[in-house]
Design a protein around this ligand. Structure first.
Ligand code: ZN
Length: 277
C-alpha cells in the first residue's frame, strides 16, 4: 500500500448505490482496478445473487466488504407490519453474515403522523428484537442518524445525540452508530456527541459526500466531496482525533452524477477523496 497521500486509497470505500449504473461484478472489477479498498453493498445488489459467492468474489478481487446497507424501517402503526420489519432485519443480518460483512447499517424509519417519540420506542424495541440473532452470528448494527428533513418517513433519529441515547438504552457492544457527514454536519453538538460516541466504542462507520446549495431533491441531489458546503477536512480531523481510523465510505445519491458515465464518476470520486476529504 502506498504511503503517498496523493495515491493512497487504502481507506477508500465506495457504496454500490453510488455507482448505481454498475452491477455488483462490474463495480467490484472497476473498484479493484483503480485500487479502491472497500465496498459497502446495498441489499438490492444481492437480489438474484448468492450472498456467499458475492462475498467470495469481492474478497478475491482484493476488496474488503465494509458493510451491508441497509436494515431498519422498524416503526409502523400496525403490529403486524412491525413484526414483518423485524423479519426483514433478521434477513439482512443473515445476509451480512453470509456475505462476510461485519456490519448492517440501519436507516431506522418513521411514520408520518405518528409521534417521533413513539417511533423511537418502536425502533429501540425492533433493534432489541434482532439482537439475539446479531449476537449469534456476530454482526454489528449501526444506527445511522438522518438529517431532520427525513424525520417524517425515513428516520425518527435525527441527531448524533438521539442515536447515542438509543445506544445507551440498548447498551450492547454490537449496537453503534454510522456517522454520515450529510446528516450531521450542521449539528452544534457534533464534537461533544462524537466524543460520546467514541468513548462508548460505538463509532462504527463514516460516510462522506457533500451538501449542495441549493439542494434540488431531498434524496438524490447530494454533492461529491468538495462540491458543497460541508467542512469535510475539519470533520474528518475531528473524528480522527476521537480515534476513528476506519474506512471512509463514499455514499453519493445524485441524479446529476448518475446521468454521466459511471467510470467518469469513479474518477471524480477518487479525485474528490484525495483533494477534498
Ligand atoms: Zn450514510
Amino acid at each position: 500500500m502506498s504511503a503517498d497521500p496523493l495515491t493512497d486509497f487504502s481507506r477508500l470505500c465506495v457504496h454500490t448505490i453510488t455507482t448505481k449504473g454498475w452491477e455488483l461484478e462490474e463495480a467490484v472489477d472497476h473498484y479493484a482496478e483503480v485500487g479502491i479498498s472497500g465496498i459497502t453493498v446495498w441489499r438490492q445488489w444481492l437480489d438474484r445473487r448468492n450472498a456467499s459467492q458475492a462475498g467470495d468474489r469481492i474478497r478475491a478481487a482484493g476488496l474488503e466488504v465494509v458493510s451491508l446497507c441497509r436494515g431498519g424501517f422498524y416503526p409502523a402503526v400496525e403490529e403486524k407490519a412491525r413484526k414483518e420489519s423485524i423479519l426483514d432485519n433478521q434477513r439482512a443480518i443473515e445476509d451480512a453474515a453470509t456475505l462476510g460483512a461485519p456490519l448492517v447499517v440501519l436507516v431506522c424509519g418513521a411514520v408520518p403522523g405518528q409521534s417521533l417519540e413513539e417511533s423511537r420506542k418502536q425502533i429501540t424495541d425492533g433493534i432489541a428484537a434482532t439482537l439475539p440473532l446479531a449476537e449469534s452470528v456476530g454482526i454489528k448494527l449501526a444506527i445511522e442518524p438522518l438529517h431532520p428533513m427525513y424525520a417524517d418517513d425515513r428516520s425518527a433519529i435525527n441527531s448524533l445525540a438521539s442515536a447515542n441515547d438509543i445506544c445507551d438504552q440498548l447498551n450492547h457492544p454490537l449496537v453503534g452508530i454510522a456517522f454520515d457527514v450529510y446528516h450531521l454536519w450542521w449539528d452544534p453538538e457534533l464534537e461533544e456527541q462524537t466524543r460520546r460516541t467514541a468513548e462508548a466504542n460505538r463509532f462504527f462507520a463514516y460516510h462522506v459526500c457533500d451538501w449542495m446549495t441549493p439542494t434540488h431533491d431531498l434524496l438524490n441531489d447530494r454533492g461529491l466531496m468538495g462540491e458543497g458546503c460541508i467542512d469535510l477536512r475539519g470533520i474528518r480531523a475531528m473524528v480522527e482525533q476521537n480515534g476513528f481510523h476506519g474506512m471512509i465510505e463514499v455514499e453519493v445519491f445524485s441524479n446529476r452524477w448518475w446521468n454521466k458515465p459511471t467510470a467518469e464518476f469513479l474518477k471524480a470520486i477518487q479525485h474528490a477523496y484525495l483533494h477534498h476529504t
